[in-house]
Design a protein around this ligand. Structure first.
Ligand code: NDP
Length: 434
């Protein structure tokens, strides 16, 4: 830990949020709230409404009604574009506020959340253009008496289930496009990081989105998320999260109305470094790939494959870079790695560090847990002598832990890279394009 925590910036009182229904923040049916603590500062920051199945039913009914009434899908692309552009402007106006609450709930650095929120405004701007250009196809080659037209129609009500690692970014990678297409939404953020999803719902109403088009239900995954997946009035689920729950979403869809599904699940992503690469650049890239978002990232580069003849030199370079990473108070603008977002994730990461050592890999950099008075922090960890059979090579750890495995030929690198049940991202460091 290279900084002490600054408590002068944490909120003096807890901010309370209801669920978002029909264009308004409202209490849930139970009237109960859960308190979210900052994982970096251990102090309460938000109170989030505990929604139940009744709330899900109300939110879906609202989204269904506003879809069927065509209050949104009936608008022209240009009208939808106007709302999305206004939302982008409001996100930019409220950037510091959104970044602040995102950092408090996730523990990620404030410089990063500011960058993410700005990128989110950009996605609304991009999607506004797309809403004007949604078009289909025409076929005049079917024969003299025939003419075929394919139109693109909104799917309907979309259930949007998002995780805690990029609560605002993952939301905004989806919401503007769903809205550009004319669909309506019931969003269910992770119970740990709901605040910024609710702020976005408020922004959309202020931007002129008709009531009932964007609804948010907050609460636990097994209750609220599951009910959304099982609701027959939902036409599509967009889910980002663990592979285990992804399987559950497929089953729930299959057992009800065969919803359309968009699933973004886990990864165990290889970064392959060849001896002809610029090793300094590659070490920067690999360090960033494993430390970004404290490794709590589906595209985290958690498996390092290095050509054997540069392995020693490269791992030394990597460790030198990792030694400079600033871990600390996420509210400090110079911090590069903040806290681990959830208690469960903290336990998972630490258990994999123990497992790696027990399986015979050598922890050649880092100490794992950083003992602090407040919060939960894990610094970067490098494991060498990692065999592909080890769990630290095979399982998604979702933390700042990298396993190093050597290779001798390009064919072997490809074989090792593909030796995984996951498929998500990969990178290759070489100057040889062939
Ligand atoms: P989950 O899959 O449990 O959570 C993702 C979202 O699904 C959350 O909103 C969660 O709600 C919700 N959810 C949980 N159970 C259900 C259910 N039965 N039906 C519908 N929705 C549900 O991820 P975790 O938080 O447990 O993270 C654990 C692992 O998931 C990580 O270690 C990583 O492997 C992976 N992951 C991948 C991500 C990615 O970006 N691809 C993002 C996050 C996690 P709630 O949080 O309120 O329980």
């Amino acid at each position: 830990m290279q900084q002490t925590l600054d408590f002068s910036n944490v909120p003096s009182s807890v901010r309370q949020f209801g669920i978002y229904l029909d264009g308004e923040m409202k209490p849930s049916q139970s009237g109960k709230f859960t308190v979210r603590y900052s994982p970096a500062h251990d102090c309460p920051v938000t109170e989030i409404a505990c929604a139940g199945i009744d709330d899900v039913d109300l939110a879906v009914a609202s989204a269904r009604k506003s879809f069927d009434n065509k209050v949104w899908s009936g608008k022209s692309g240009a009208e939808r574009a106007g709302v999305l552009l206004k939302a982008a402007a409001l996100i930019r106006e409220r950037q510091s506020e959104i970044a602040y609450w995102e950092t408090l709930e996730t523990g990620k650095p404030i410089s990063q959340t500011n960058g993410e929120v700005s990128g989110c405004a950009d996605m609304f701007e991009y999607a506004s253009g797309l809403s004007r250009t949604i078009n289909g196809e025409s076929y005049n080659n079917l024969g003299e008496q025939l003419f075929g037209v394919v139109t693109r129609e909104p799917v309907g009500v979309v259930g949007l289930i998002t995780p805690w690692n990029f609560p605002f970014l993952i939301l905004c990678e989806r919401v503007p496009y769903i809205l550009a297409a004319g669909c309506t939404i019931v969003a269910k953020p992770s119970e740990y990081t709901s605040a910024t999803t609710l702020i976005l719902a408020e922004i959309l109403t202020s931007a002129g989105l008709p009531n009932g088009v964007m609804n948010v239900v907050t609460g636990t995954g097994p209750v609220v998320g599951q009910a959304l997946c099982e609701n027959r009035n939902v036409d599509m689920i967009s889910f980002t999260g663990s592979t285990a729950v992804g399987k559950n979403v497929i089953c729930a869809s299959g057992e009800t109305n065969f919803k359309k599904l968009g699933l973004e699940l886990g990864g165990k992503n290889p970064q392959s470094v060849f001896s002809d690469a610029n090793l300094h650049d590659a070490a920067d890239g690999v360090a960033f790939g494993m430390c970004f978002n404290t490794g709590q990232c589906c595209v985290s580069g958690s498996r390092l494959l290095v050509e054997r003849d540069v392995m020693g030199k490269f791992t030394e370079l990597l460790k030198e870079k990792l030694g400079k990473v600033i871990v600390g108070d996420p509210l400090n603008p110079s911090t590069q790695m903040g806290a681990i977002t959830t208690d469960a994730q903290n336990t998972t990461i630490l258990s994999y560090i123990e497992k790696g050592e027990a399986e015979g890999a050598v922890m050649s950099f880092g100490c794992g847990e950083i003992k602090t008075k407040n919060g939960q922090f894990v610094g970067p960890v490098v494991f060498e002598n990692v065999h592909p059979s080890m769990s630290i090579f095979r399982d998604e750890i979702f933390g700042p832990v990298i396993s190093v495995t050597p290779f001798d030929t390009a064919e072997e690198a490809i074989m090792l890279a593909n030796d995984t049940d996951y498929g998500l991202s990969a990178s290759v460091w070489s100057k040889n394009v062939d």
